[in-house]
Design a binder for this molecule. Structure first.
Ligand code: ATP
Length: 323
């Protein structure tokens, strides 16, 4: 078996719960050593994909391999290669951190001297040295999440799968856990699900955007943002009769909406389809109409807006109006 560049290979994956498809025709490849984000609103199908990848559930159709091993026929081999942090980590409240990790290690088949070595290693990796004797029920949520990560790291798997790793944490804990995930990345492949945009832009090298059980887009966070910023919204300041300026801008090919910018009169926000030639055409039109072009600049979208745009754009829900 040649070592594939891909840690995860997903082919036309579909899962129905009863008659309802949770995911449909998902195909993905995730390269070794990358931190990849699975991003989507609630119900997009993130957890379903992660459950199939971790062999907790069989798909209705399609094929998944992890490190070249088939999730259907080689589930044990797959499980050896991955550490999983589920959305709600089953932590045993009455155990100490140390005892819980020993227990989790035993379940994973780590024995004897290597069990001690492994628990020591993950305790250190997750900064739990001072807490190893404490009972899990006495830990803060952020520390519990670190215990969950430590558990996933036992046996040093080349793949970490994290379901919403920062949900329910306070802002300081979120930063801590994100830093930890970044450190744990390194050589490992990390696939994490989230519905939080800043999380993917801060952590991930690639983002897979899911919506209604399908992959909508896949790219680097920077490209995703840039992609749809290309001429998406432009702020213009034009010296000319307002009605005529607005009508002329709205009539241009590629322009989908023109709104007053809400500042001084003569300032407009032009929404467009992303044609890079549109701006020079707008400038020419304004000048050729005998008006003055005082200013023209891009309005940067936040990642939140980028997401809304990507998701609505392709499901035909965008209510564009030219008024
Ligand atoms: P969340 O962020 O809320 O966990 P998600 O993106 O992880 O969302 P999934 O949990 O994979 O989404 O759910 C995808 C769809 O499948 C949703 O519409 C959900 O209601 C449905 N679903 C999930 N699990 C089941 C189940 N066990 N039985 C029936 N429907 C389910």
């Amino acid at each position: 078996r040649g070592m594939s560049r891909m840690m995860i290979h997903v082919e036309e994956l579909t899962k129905y719960y009863g008659l309802k498809p949770a995911i449909q025709d998902i195909s993905l490849d995730i390269e070794r050593g990358k931190i990849v984000g699975l991003l989507g609103p609630n119900g997009a199908g993130k957890t379903t994909i992660l459950r199939i990848l971790t062999c907790y559930m069989q798909p209705t159709a399609g094929r998944v391999t992890v490190d070249g091993m088939d999730c259907r026929t080689q589930a044990l081999e797959v499980r050896k290669r991955l550490g999983f942090l589920p959305e709600n980590v089953p932590l045993y409240a009455d155990l100490s951190v140390q005892a819980f990790l020993g227990f989790a290690g035993t379940i994973k088949g780590v024995k004897g001297a290597s069990l001690q070595r492994e628990t020591d290693r993950v305790v250190k990796a997750c900064g739990l040295q001072e807490h190893r004797k404490r009972l899990i029920k006495h830990l803060s949520k952020g520390l519990k999440q670190r215990v969950g990560l430590a558990q996933a790291l036992l046996n040093d798997p080349p793949l970490l799968i994290l379901d919403e790793p920062t949900t329910g944490l306070d802002p300081a804990q979120i930063i801590e856990v994100r830093n930890l995930i970044r450190e744990l990345g390194g050589e490992r492949t990390v696939l994490l699900s989230t519905h939080i945009l800043p999380e993917v832009s801060q952590l991930c090298e690639r983002v897979i955007i899911l919506h209604k059980g399908r992959v909508r887009k896949e790219d680097t966070p920077a490209n995703l943002a840039q992609d749809i910023q290309q001429g998406l919204r432009t702020r213009l300041s034009v010296d000319g009769p307002e009605k005529d300026v607005r009508r002329a801008l709205a009539a241009m090919e590629g322009v989908s909406n023109v709104q007053p910018a809400g500042g001084r009169p003569g300032e407009w926000v032009v929404q467009s389809e992303g044609d890079p030639a549109l701006r020079p055409r707008m400038a020419r039109m304004i000048v050729e109409s005998g008006w003055g072009l005082r200013e023209m600049r891009t309005i940067e979208l936040s990642l939140e807006e980028v997401f809304v745009h990507l998701v609505t754009e392709e499901s035909g829900e965008e209510g564009e109006r030219v008024s």
